[in-house]
Design a binder for this molecule. Structure first.
Ligand SMILES: [Zn+2]
Length: 328
């Protein structure tokens, strides 16, 4: 049930992530830390003696509700004290409303993006009742003529019904504590460093480091073995520099949480990600100096070493994003 909804919602938000939605499930990392997967971006949950910290809230209120049930199952009778949003992308913040009893923390730039995103959603899907009716009328008309066309219309109609279910429940809930620079959160004898390095994946990315839990939460600053990771607004040079900084601190953590997919151990994944971004960046910079056009670069440069990465066929989009950054 949730799986279906999540698939639809991932299409609605059109976030450039390679994640495939699946059933919501948790992985226990240590006695005090679990990561919940499957409802959008990864949600990390850290227990302390004075309460729980949750990082990111999934893609929808429906998914967040399910995640909360999992949190209660693993850590019964412990209050959730803080929710930290790592950035505004909808697959990380759209379950916030279910954490309103906690203090919600995010970068100061987050709220504006979140509300713009909501306005666009309403503009696009707000009149879903009329659109669903229109689609269903068309389904009835075409069924006799061609099954395939009817199938497509039924899919569109199902998608709009999922959007309707989502929008009827969703209340955009921005952080109430806005941070603009590195901050320290102390709770239950543990220290959580909340780090802000400027624009990289977005202009409001937060990285969280807990030495007591040996935990580094990179979220969408780490896409493990993936191409197609650079947005048009990303700052690739700064992203590389953030990876460098966290690689230098590798003695302080063991478990690294990417935005999507499995947890990785130690800094190797960060090194691999930094090297990938460096190669793309340097390749595009060099090709521009040689006077190549964007089309020529995309055609001539294959970067075969990354064939095993997910979405290798979309590596041209990362090249394009670097090209546009160099033009800014
Ligand atoms: Zn993101």
């Amino acid at each position: 049930m949730i799986k279906k909804k999540t698939i639809g919602l991932l299409i609605i938000i059109a976030v450039a992530t390679p994640v495939k939605a699946r059933d919501i499930e948790a992985t226990r990392i240590t006695q005090d830390v679990i990561v919940i997967h499957g409802g959008g971006g990864n949600t990390t949950v850290a227990r302390t003696d004075s309460g729980i910290i949750v990082v990111d809230s999934f893609v929808s209120p429906q998914a967040a509700r399910e995640a909360k049930d999992i949190i209660i199952k693993y850590f019964p009778d412990i209050p959730i004290k803080y929710l930290i949003n790592t950035h505004y992308h909808s697959d990380h913040v759209r379950g916030n409303q279910h954490f309103r009893d906690a203090l919600i923390i995010g970068h100061a730039n987050l709220e504006k993006h979140m509300m713009d995103d909501y306005d666009q959603l309403i503009k696009k899907y707000g009149s879903y009742d009329e659109k669903i009716m229109e689609l269903e009328n068309r389904i009835n008309e075409v069924t006799v003529e061609t099954g395939e066309a009817a199938h497509k219309l039924k899919e569109d109609s199902l998608f709009l019904k999922e959007a309707k279910t989502f929008l009827e429940e969703f209340i955009p809930t921005p952080p109430s504590l806005h941070i603009t620079s590195d901050s320290i959160l102390t709770i239950g004898g543990k220290i959580f460093e909340i780090l802000y390095f400027g624009t990289a994946h977005t202009d409001n990315d937060l990285v969280i480091l807990s030495r007591e839990d040996q935990l580094l939460i990179m979220v969408d600053l780490l896409f493990h073995r993936n191409c197609y990771i650079i947005n048009s607004t990303s700052d690739v040079k700064n992203w590389i520099s953030i990876l460098d900084k966290m690689i230098k601190r590798s003695a302080e953590y063991k478990y690294v949480i990417p935005g999507h997919g499995a947890v990785v151990v130690d800094a190797n994944a960060l090194v691999e990600q930094r090297d990938y971004l460096n190669i793309i960046w340097n390749t595009v910079t060099d090709a521009r100096h040689r006077g190549l056009t964007l089309d020529q670069i995309k055609k001539e440069i294959k970067l075969d070493g990354y064939k095993e990465f997910i979405d290798y066929d979309k590596i041209g989009l990362d090249i394009e994003a670097c090209w546009h950054q160099l033009e800014r």
